[in-house]
Design a protein around this ligand. Structure first.
Ligand code: FEO
Length: 396
């Protein structure tokens, strides 16, 4: 991707990683991602806001050069994670007059992660401290947990442009960083939110309020497209960080010989008959990123699992661990499935993996061998229970 001018003296110089398929070795990125880096020119100094994954440092340098930038005075680090900081040592070497500007926590992490960063070239700033570029002022706003504890946002006051790093990011490789088609970025943005922001939803909610106070005219995150209409990311995030849920049941399931699969089919139909949206995913083939997206607003998670010996299938346990790690919003959870000779421990095992969720655990349905008429009746009862709980929340 070439550099792109987004305002006079402000350039996008990041890169698209079209072929990235996994992020943090956890969530799939079927549409790749971008590592966004920005140049802000003042009358007396030029700043680079964040860098890129180190494997793309040559492309970053080429984009900076092609924007006509010969000298960088400040490299701003909003976040120490490698996808934004990994090229800092090379950039500092390439621009020997540049200083690295960041907050104290980020400084400590950067020096721990990349000991080759010269400590004497780091300027440490405090919350709301400013940096004068000459006619342009960067304000640094500490914003812990919009991924890691050291994260911060940078606000360009005169232009009212916000650089919030991971907040409002999308895992979407784009050729035009200003693309504004919500139909295209919605799912990659929600998938990103689920993995990065949802575990600290309360903190993200606070940052959304901070952003509203700043009233930026443009939001330039560190992944995916920028937003010239700032009402769009704010609207999406206000919904995602809220307690609101959808009348949906997420069913991550795995079946060793087909019995649990038949139970999935029956429960899915029973829920649909009761007017509930259902999202069943066979975990042997499912895209974990799509499942993560549903964790943002599904009111119930029903995990279907066959057994390996006397325990839940490890793949089902993994799905529960992911839902727990991402702190899904679901208010209700349950377990169903088939076992060979003993599966009595399975519901407690899965429920024990969901300790971070503030979810009521509904009665499970476990059956020995093939499902019977009694099993299907129990699944109908499970669907009734879920419907009643959803109605109690006013979900339709
Ligand atoms: Fe995009 Fe938390 O790094």
């Amino acid at each position: 991707m070439a550099n792109q001018k987004i305002a006079p003296g402000i350039y996008y110089v990041g890169v698209s990683h079209y072929d990235r398929r996994l992020f943090d070795a956890l969530i799939s990125t079927p549409e790749g991602t971008t590592y966004n880096s920005y140049i802000v020119q003042g009358q007396k100094a030029t700043a680079l806001i964040d860098t890129v994954e180190p494997e793309f440092k040559a492309l970053l340098l080429r984009n900076i050069k092609s924007a006509g930038i010969e000298k960088i005075d400040y490299i701003i680090s909003n976040h120490a994670e490698q996808d934004h900081s990994g090229s800092i040592p090379d950039l500092l070497a390439f621009y020997p007059e540049a200083k690295l500007v960041t907050n104290e926590k980020c400084r400590d992490l950067l020096l721990a992660l990349m000991p080759d960063i010269p400590a004497d070239r780091v300027i440490t700033i405090k919350d709301h401290e400013t940096l004068d570029l000459g006619g342009r002022t960067l304000e640094f706003i500490l914003a812990p947990w919009i991924h890691w504890p050291e994260t911060m946002m940078t606000f360009l006051r005169e232009d009212a442009i916000l650089f919030p790093c991971d907040l409002f990011g999308s895992h979407l490789a784009v050729s035009n960083i200003c693309m504004d088609d919500e139909r295209v970025f919605y799912e990659p943005m929600k998938r990103y939110y689920a993995q990065i922001m949802m575990p600290y939803r309360g903190q993200a909610a606070k940052r959304v309020e901070t952003v509203k106070t700043l009233a930026p005219k443009m939001i330039c995150p560190s992944h995916g497209p920028i937003f010239k209409d700032t009402s769009v990311p704010l609207r999406l995030y206000e919904n995602w960080v809220s307690d609101s849920l959808r009348n949906e049941v997420l069913i991550p399931w795995v079946s060793t010989h087909g019995a649990t699969a038949r139970m999935v089919e029956h429960l899915t139909s029973a829920l649909i008959e009761r007017g509930i949206d259902v999202h069943p995913y066979d975990l042997t083939a499912a895209d974990l990123g799509r499942i993560a997206g549903h964790l943002v607003d599904a009111a119930t998670i029903a995990i279907g699992t066959g057994c390996v010996l006397t325990a839940a299938h490890p793949v089902a346990a993994y799905a529960a661990l992911v839902a727990n790690a991402l702190r899904a919003k679901a208010k209700f959870a349950t377990v169903f499935g088939s076992f060979g000779w003993s599966g009595v421990k399975v519901p407690d095992q899965i429920a024990g993996l969901l300790g971070n969720l503030k979810a009521e655990i509904l009665p499970p349905v476990m059956t020995k061998g093939a499902p019977t008429a009694e099993t299907f009746a129990a699944l109908d009862k499970m669907a009734d229970d879920i419907l009643a709980r959803h109605q109690s929340l006013g979900l339709k």
